[in-house]
Design a protein around this ligand. Sequence first.
Ligand code: AMP
Length: 129
Amino acid sequence: MASIFTKIIKGEIPCHKVAENDEFLAFLDINPNAWGHTLCIPKKEVDKIFDLDEGTYNGLMQFSRKVALAIEKVVPCNRVGIAVVGLEVPHAHVHLIPINSMSDMDFKNNTARLQEEFAALASELSKKV
Ligand code: AMP
């Protein structure tokens, strides 16, 4: 069965898109640890990140770096943290999280925000990638 992220890639499920190219997609995490929390995914569906072929893995990291630099321009933060977990969604993804303290990396600390706020932030970020 297709992962929820493949459904996002196909447009079957909506997302707040930040950046996209032929191989990769970045969108806001629906349940952010910190405001600006963004996911970068390969369009190729592979569960575990280290099972990606080397080219896709390196491409995902380059893509993630571009998105992280955009996040730093838009979201006030000390820096952008990076995490790979994958326990919830079996489709390789990089979490980019604007952080000011270690607690911002805590996946149990989630902030609810309005859909309009997500849409406005995704639009602002997309102009900086
Ligand atoms: P994990 O697989 O443990 O790395 O976590 C998956 C992440 O995907 C979590 O941070 C979720 O909040 C996020 N997530 C799950 N479904 C969606 C969705 N439809 N749109 C955006 N983010 C999602």
